[in-house]
Design a protein around this ligand. Structure first.
Ligand code: ATP
Ligand code: MG
Length: 434
C-alpha cells in the first residue's frame, strides 16, 4: 500500500463508490468480533465507516492481529465498498486486507469517567466526536471573523503578548520575571491597537489574552483568544453597528458552512441564521430597573455578574447591547458620556439564552487630564502609561474599539455548558496541564 494509494473515508460514501475497490487508513473507534467476522468502526479526518473483515478472506494470522487492535489503534484497510443498511451511513468496506500500523495499548477513556479524570486525559479526550465538531466550528469562526474584517478593510496587526505594562491594572495580570524586571502577559492588545490606529485608521488583532482571575465560573478562562478591533473617527453608535453586523455575518456563515456539526452539538443552524442586526440597546439604568423587577436587590452603581447577565438574557433569543455603564465600573481609558459625567460611552454585548457577555466595547477618552485623573483614582502609576498619553499629543482623534472573546462566542453558538469545552487545552485557576 503506497501512501498515495490511500483515499479519504468520505469517498466510500460517494455516488460511484459501491462495488469499487478502496484503500483507507485511520483509527479504530471501536471493534468487535463475532462468528469469524470482525466489525471495525474506522475514523479519519473526513468521516467514519464500518469495516467488516471475514477470517476466511483475511487469513487466520492477519485476522487475529486485526482482532487485537485496541480502540484508537491505527490500521490500513484494502477492500470493496458495499451497501449495508445496518451500517452508519448505509455503507461498509468489506476488507480483503487489514494492515496493523499500531495495535495500541488499551484505551483509557470511557463514557462514565469523572470530569477531573477526563481533564487529566485531555490530550486523548479531544479525539471524541463532540470535540472534533467543536474545533471545526472554531476554525470556521476564526476564518469568518478574519473574512469579515478583510471585507471591511480592517488591517490585521500583531501587538506584543509580553509587556512591561499591565494594560488594565495589576491585579488580574500574570506577572513574569523579565530578566529581573517585572513583565506581564497581555490582558488586552488595546493600548497597542490605539498606537497602530495612526496611520492605519482601522486595525484588528486576534491574539491570546491572559487574565489572572481566580473566578470559577462557566465563562472565564485564564487564557482565551481575543479578537480586538480599533477604529478611528468613530462614536458609540458607529462602533455598535460594526459589531452587530459582524455578529450577524459570522452567525449566518457558520449556519451555512457547518450545519452538521451544529446539529451534532445540539444547536439548530436556523437559530444562528435568524440572528439579525440591529440588536436591542438597553441602557445600564434600564437594565438595573429590569433586574429590580425580577427581584434582584441591586442598585445603580453595581456591576453585573453571571446571575444578573443570565437573568437579563435567559428569555431573549437575540443578543442585546447594555450601554452607558457607571464610570467607576469600567477601565480608565473609556470616554465620559457627553452630558452625563456619571457614565461612560461603553457597551457590552450579551448573548441570549443566558450566556451573557461576549463583547466589550467603548469609545476611548482623548483628554489627557481626564485620563490622569482616572489613573490616579485607580492607584496606577502614570509613568508606565507615558507612551500611551503621548498618543493624545500627536493627531488626537475620536476613536473606539471592542474586544470579543472567541470562546465566549463559541460557547453560546454551540450551547456548551462550560467555556472549557470550547478550547482543546483549557487554562483555569486549578489547571494548566496537559
Ligand atoms: P467579564 O465581566 O465577563 O469578566 P470583562 O468585562 O472582564 O468580562 P473585557 O475586559 O471587556 O471583559 O474583555 C473583552 C471580552 O473578552 C469580553 O467581552 C469577553 O468576551 C472576553 N473575556 C474577558 N475575560 C474573559 C475570560 N476570563 N475568559 C474568556 N473570555 C473572556
Ligand atoms: Mg473580567
Amino acid at each position: 500500500m503506497s501512501p498515495t494509494a490511500f483515499s479519504a473515508i468520505e469517498r466510500a460514501f460517494g455516488p460511484e463508490a459501491i462495488g469499487a475497490p478502496v484503500t483507507v487508513r485511520g483509527w479504530v473507534l471501536r471493534s468487535r468480533s463475532s462468528g469469524g467476522i470482525l466489525f471495525i468502526t474506522l475514523r479519519d479526518r473526513t468521516g467514519i465507516v464500518q469495516v467488516t473483515g471475514r477470517k476466511d478472506a483475511l487469513g487466520e494470522v492477519p485476522f487475529t492481529a486485526a482482532e487485537h487492535v485496541q480502540n484508537e489503534g491505527a490500521i490500513a484497510v484494502e477492500g470493496t465498498v458495499a451497501e449495508d443498511r445496518r451500517a452508519p451511513g448505509g455503507r461498509e468496506i468489506r476488507a480483503s486486507r487489514i494492515v496493523v500500523i499500531d495495535a495500541g495499548a488499551p484505551y483509557p477513556i470511557f463514557q462514565e469517567q469523572t470530569e477531573e479524570f477526563r481533564l487529566d486525559k485531555r490530550h486523548l479526550v479531544i479525539r471524541s466526536q463532540d470535540h472534533v465538531a467543536t474545533f471545526r466550528v472554531k476554525a470556521e469562526l476564526l476564518r469568518t471573523l478574519r473574512e469579515f474584517m478583510d471585507r471591511e478593510s480592517v488591517l490585521e496587526v500583531t501587538p506584543p503578548i509580553l509587556s512591561g505594562n499591565a494594560a488594565e491594572g495589576g491585579a488580574e495580570a500574570f506577572e513574569i520575571d523579565y530578566f529581573g524586571r517585572p513583565g506581564y502577559l497581555s490582558q488586552t492588545a488595546q493600548l497597542y491597537l490605539e498606537a497602530l490606529l495612526v496611520p492605519h485608521e482601522r486595525v484588528y488583532a486576534l491574539t491570546p489574552s491572559f487574565r489572572a482571575e481566580k473566578m470559577r465560573t462557566p465563562r472565564h478562562l485564564t487564557e482565551y483568544l481575543h479578537l480586538e478591533g480599533e477604529f478611528a473617527w468613530t462614536d458609540l453608535d458607529g462602533l455598535l453597528s460594526f459589531i452587530e453586523r459582524m455578529i450577524e455575518y459570522v452567525c449566518r456563515a457558520i449556519a451555512e458552512r457547518r450545519p452538521t456539526e451544529l446539529r451534532q452539538l445540539g444547536r439548530a443552524p436556523e437559530d444562528l441564521a435568524a440572528v439579525r442586526a440591529p440588536f436591542e440597546r438597553v441602557p445600564y439604568a434600564a437594565a438595573i430597573e429590569e433586574l429590580q423587577k425580577k427581584g434582584f436587590a441591586i442598585e445603580w452603581g453595581a456591576d453585573f455578574g453571571t446571575a444578573e447577565e443570565r437573568a437579563l438574557t435567559i428569555e431573549r433569543t437575540a443578543p442585546i447591547f447594555l450601554t452607558r455603564f457607571p464610570r467607576e465600573l469600567k477601565a480608565f481609558y473609556m470616554l465620559r458620556t457627553p452630558g452625563d459625567p456619571r457614565t461612560v460611552e461603553a457597551a457590552d454585548l450579551l448573548a441570549p439564552e443566558g450566556y451573557g457577555e461576549i463583547v466589550g466595547a467603548s469609545c476611548r477618552e482623548t483628554n489627557v487630564p481626564d485620563l490622569l485623573e482616572r489613573l490616579a483614582q485607580l492607584g496606577i502609576d502614570p509613568a508606565a502609561y507615558e507612551w500611551y498619553l503621548d498618543l493624545r499629543r500627536h493627531g488626537n482623534i475620536d476613536h473606539a474599539g471592542f474586544g470579543l472573546g472567541v470562546e465566549r462566542v463559541l460557547r453560546w453558538m454551540l450551547r456548551r455548558e462550560h467555556i472549557r469545552d470550547t478550547t482543546p487545552f483549557p487554562r483555569t485557576p486549578s489547571r494548566h496541564t496537559p
